[in-house]
Design a protein around this ligand. Structure first.
Ligand code: GSH
Length: 228
């Protein structure tokens, strides 16, 4: 294996795959995709990921999209990094996949409604989408809170990329006004995550890129929500 590259943008769910790569510890190229220039929808990028989204992982010219696929592939390629606990059989492995899918297909769409309600509604209606997103998210934050009350990480004593996914979800809605303070174990989990060197390195990459984009007037900022 020669070249590893991750296509990413600051603040996005590409952080989850970036943390996984940082945990593996091999050098990789962090390739920015500039949303404000529409690069994610450009013909060149769509050759890699026809869905026009980040993240996209490229290893030796082979592209792979979707966090769940990237994380499970990396786990198989680099078992020593323990991105997921070693599964004892097919059912356990399927349950891990179910947990990753819960993040990608249940939680992430709600994150988008909380963070980017204007994607789904007129500016005047954006607040009601935000409120509905927060209400839906509360049920799942409660579930995660109970799990994290019972153990340090999603899988108890073993850190895994599930924790990276949950951390990104927490951080994203925390910054958008969801009341994360009502979930103290999840808050502590986020603090533990921010102490991990892999997470610090992933965030440093994003911050450096964000500063560059801001300097060029190319940083994406969602419009403010109208008040209730
Ligand atoms: N199911 C995809 C979701 C990817 C996704 O929604 N990425 C967002 C950033 S968090 C994106 O690229 N948005 C740009 C757009 O939709 O225009 C995954 O889990 O990788």
């Amino acid at each position: 294996m020669n070249n590893i590259a991750l296509y990413a943008a600051p603040g996005t769910c590409a952080r989850v795959s970036c943390i996984a790569l940082e945990e593996i510890g091999l050098p990789f190229e962090y390739r920015p995709v500039i949303f404000m220039r529409g690069e994610h929808k450009s013909p060149d990028y769509k050759k890699l990921n026809p869905k026009g989204k980040v993240p996209c992982l490229v290893i030796d010219d082979e592209a792979l999209s979707e966090n769940v696929a990237i994380l499970t592939h990396l786990n198989q390629l680099f078992p020593k990094a323990h991105l997921l606990p070693v599964a004892k059989g097919s059912l356990e492995s399927a349950r891990q996949l179910a947990d990753l899918c819960f993040c990608a297909s249940t939680l992430h769409p709600i994150v988008t409604r909380i963070r980017m309600p204007h994607f789904f509604a007129t500016p005047e209606a954006a607040r009601s989408i935000f409120n509905a997103g927060c209400q839906a998210m509360r049920e799942y934050f409660q579930l995660i809170e109970e799990r994290l009350a019972a153990g340090m990480w999603w899988y108890g004593e073993s850190w895994s990329v599930l924790d990276a996914y949950l951390y990104w979800i927490f951080w994203r809605v925390d910054g958008a006004g969801f009341p994360t303070q009502d979930y103290p174990h999840f808050c502590e989990h986020a603090k533990r995550m921010e102490q991990r060197p892999s997470v610090q390195r992933a965030i440093a990459r994003e911050e450096a890129l964000q500063a560059e984009l801001e300097a060029k007037g190319l940083a994406f900022k969602p419009p403010p929500l109208p008040s209730d």
